[in-house]
Write a protein that binds this ligand. Structure first.
Ligand SMILES: Cc1cc2nc3c(=O)[nH]c(=O)nc-3n(C[C@H](O)[C@H](O)[C@H](O)COP(=O)(O)OP(=O)(O)OC[C@H]3O[C@@H](n4cnc5c(N)ncnc54)[C@H](O)[C@@H]3O)c2cc1C
Length: 316
């Protein structure tokens, strides 16, 4: 059985299969597991360049988060952000947001610790059989954004291809900005509404707990769409927009700009948490729910359970 993608959906899916005693291989095209729960080290310090935080209200996911908390991998960050819009700045209270001192990727790594993940392993084709890159397997779970899955799927797998292609996704750019000092007004994270460049700005030193003068800014889909071929070239405009928003006189060092071509799915209308065909080809990810870490985890977990049930029944 092959799981393609070592984001949180893929490792949650593989974890269920392994628990059911089914041999699994996870293939990940990147150098590390994590997917969009991405943390990169800059001068030895991790910054979150994908998901900004996580929230949990599904009782099963709450248990996972509690386990991470006990292991010191996550802490409660905040329930209060600020929102900037045409009327100015106001505080907004929402669910508890959890942050990871070592970066959100460390959470996927923890779930993958006992799982066989092959990194630097790009999967190119999934054909009827099912077969992955020409080799038959019992089943295959594609745990990634639908447009990425659609690239792999042989058109003969028509229903899975359609399900993958039906997903609607928007892009984003994330910029890591290091300032000479922490001069911004007190905030943890800021939703930025109706802005030509910015959608969210987070205080990475605050969420990480080391008070480093680092902000991570996420752009609007529209701004990102205009800069996908050369994301780094968009860096100065993002830096200027952040300084202008927060009234910061000192320029920041533009440490990194990350391009997310498929950042967020439009929430699915359906109630299923995954897609699974009779031919053993499944799809999972946050497109089967709200665009959140929790949805991706639940989707992968549920697909893993469904596949385990089916494969165990086939074994008799
Ligand atoms: C900028 C940004 C901000 C976000 N903010 C938040 C937030 O604040 N809170 C929240 O809850 N969620 C947030 N999210 C969403 C959250 O990151 C996702 O819901 C979650 O990480 C998705 O996990 P996944 O496993 O479904 O997909 P992914 O994490 O995308 O994993 C898919 C994996 O498949 C691999 N892959 C793809 N194609 C192949 C191939 N051909 N062969 C092998 N491997 C392949 C990829 O490399 C990747 O590792 C954000 C996302 C982005 C991008």
């Amino acid at each position: 059985m092959v799981v393609v993608g070592a984001g949180i959906a893929g490792v949650a899916c593989a974890g269920e299969l392994v628990r059911a005693g089914i041999p699994v291989q996870i293939r990940e095209r990147g150098r590390v597991a994590g997917g969009r729960m991405a943390s990169k080290r800059f001068d030895g310090r991790p910054a979150d360049t994908g998901a900004a935080y996580l929230t949990a209200d599904d009782p099963d996911f709450v248990q996972v988060v509690e386990r991470w908390r006990t292991a010191g991998l996550v802490h409660e960050w905040t329930d209060t952000f600020v929102a900037y819009d045409a009327d100015g700045r106001r505080e907004v209270t929402g669910p508890t947001r959890w942050a990871a001192p070592r970066g959100l990727r460390s959470l996927v790594e923890e779930l993958a610790r006992e799982l066989p993940v092959s990194v630097d392993r790009l999967v190119v084709t999934v054909e009827p059989g099912p077969a992955v890159d020409g080799r038959r397997c019992a089943a295959v779970a594609l745990c990634m954004p639908g447009p990425q899955a659609a690239l792999l799927l042989d058109p003969a797998l028509a229903r899975a291809t359609r399900a993958a292609q039906e997903q609607r996704w928007s892009p984003s750019l994330s910029a890591v900005l290091r300032f000479p000092s922490r001069r911004w007004p007190d905030f943890r994270g800021a939703f930025v509404n109706d802005h030509p460049v910015l959608a969210l700005v987070c205080d990475d030193g605050d969420r990480r707990g080391d008070s480093a003068p680092v902000l991570v800014a996420h752009t609007t889909p529209e701004f990102a769409a205009g800069h996908l071929p050369q994301p780094t070239a968009a860096g100065p405009a993002i830096e200027e927009a952040v300084r202008d928003l927060l009234g910061l006189p000192e320029p920041a060092e533009l440490v990194h700009v990350h391009r997310w071509t498929y950042a967020k799915p439009a929430p699915s209308g359906g109630d299923g948490t995954y897609h699974l065909e009779a031919d053993g080809v499944g799809l999972a990810g946050d497109a089967f729910g709200k665009p959140r870490v929790q949805s991706a985890w639940r989707s992968g977990r549920d697909l893993g359970r469904a596949l385990a049930q089916r494969l165990l029944a086939e074994r008799g």
